[in-house]
Design a protein around this ligand. Structure first.
Ligand code: SF4
Length: 335
């Protein structure tokens, strides 16, 4: 257990900072000097889907502002407990595509591996809020089955490590995984879906970058950043070091009411991402997961916001506006 005070969390290793995650609403509200008005509801919603957030991410929030766009992504609210019929625990029907332990295979040519069961933060709108991580936790033999699956599906050219957040795995495990996948001739690319470079940027160490750039597989990191305020100097440093070493960096965001539902915010986000070597890739409509209904926006409103952003951005800085429809062969382009 880490005994150092929060005042020195900046000096901790990434593993130590993970041990010091803020995991209770009381702790979070106190750190942000927000008083206890929001506490009872936050505790009720936290009992359904626990709060989890890094000190580094909290440091980018504005004290005393309960509407801070970063805070809204992680603070449990009473709205999460409202019952809304058209939302479900598995809005993307992933259970249907999760027939083999550790594998979600939806699309032609690429397969997703549930490599980790936790994230550095819990995003309140996450479509995997209730994913069966314990049923997908793998031992060495399970991993062997995963590699066999990838090896026998020679139509695959890309493996996606997801979760949970795969960059929460130790370097030694990531090195082992990449070595195994490198040995499968038809695999060309390794893609990682991760929020670590944003929420715990010190995770992007020289060794991590070396692990991803030392194999024959082309590395792609799809980071997840929703608001320009998430990018500070540490995040910028992490992005530059990964990009300079040869890792392709793409960003996916989710359009969220009360977080980034304004064209100027999206424009600033795209510009700031590109300034930091990241190409905006997808802007997702919210997946209708139970507990996230208060983040949703009508599609017509989303299209208006998007059209305004489009008018201010070079084409290559405009992320594709997409939604996922279970059973379709690719994400559906909305605009
Ligand atoms: S980082 Fe991604 S997988 Fe993890 S809680 Fe957030 S949205 Fe979900």
């Amino acid at each position: 257990m880490i005994q150092r005070s929060i005042a020195t969390w900046q000096d901790l290793s990434w593993q130590e900072e993970l041990e010091l995650l803020v995991k209770t609403p009381k702790q979070l509200l106190d750190l942000l000097e927000l008083g206890d008005d929001l506490l009872p509801a936050a505790e009720r919603a936290h009992a359904v889907f626990p709060l989890r957030v890094t000190r580094s991410f909290i440091a980018r929030m504005e004290k005393g502002n309960s509407n801070d766009p970063l805070l809204r992504q992680v603070l449990p609210l009473h709205e999460e407990l409202d019952n809304t019929a058209s939302y479900s625990n598995d809005p993307l029907n992933e259970i249907h595509f999760n027939a083999t332990k550790g594998i979600v295979h939806k699309y032609h040519g690429r397969v997703l591996i549930v490599a980790a069961s936790h994230c550095a933060i819990n995003c309140r709108y996450c479509f995997r809020r209730t994913f069966d991580y314990s049923g997908n936790r793998m031992n060495k033999m399970d991993w062997q089955h995963v590699f066999d699956y990838v090896r026998t599906h020679d139509e695959l050219s890309e493996v996606i490590l997801s979760g949970g957040d795969p960059l929460g795995l130790p370097d030694s495990t990531l090195q082992w995984l990449i070595t195994q996948l490198d040995d499968i001739p038809h695999i060309e690319r390794i893609r990682v879906h991760t929020r670590f470079p944003i929420v715990l940027p010190k995770r992007v160490s020289e060794n991590l970058v070396r692990i991803f750039t030392s194999s024959r597989l082309q590395p792609v990191w799809v980071i997840h950043c929703n608001h320009p305020q998430e990018i500070d100097s540490e995040v910028s440093k992490a992005m530059h070091s990964a990009a300079t070493a040869g890792i392709t960096l793409l960003n996916q965001s989710v359009l969220l009411r009360g977080v980034n539902d304004a064209a100027p915010t999206l424009v600033e986000l795209s510009n700031k991402l590109f300034r930091n070597r990241v190409l905006p890739y997808y802007l997702h409509l919210l997946d209708r997961v139970t507990g996230a209904q208060h983040f949703d926006l009508p599609e017509a409103e989303v299209k208006k916001i998007y059209a305004k952003a489009q008018a201010s951005l070079s084409g290559y800085l405009l992320p594709k506006l997409v939604k996922e429809v279970p059973g379709e062969p690719a994400k559906r382009i909305v605009a």
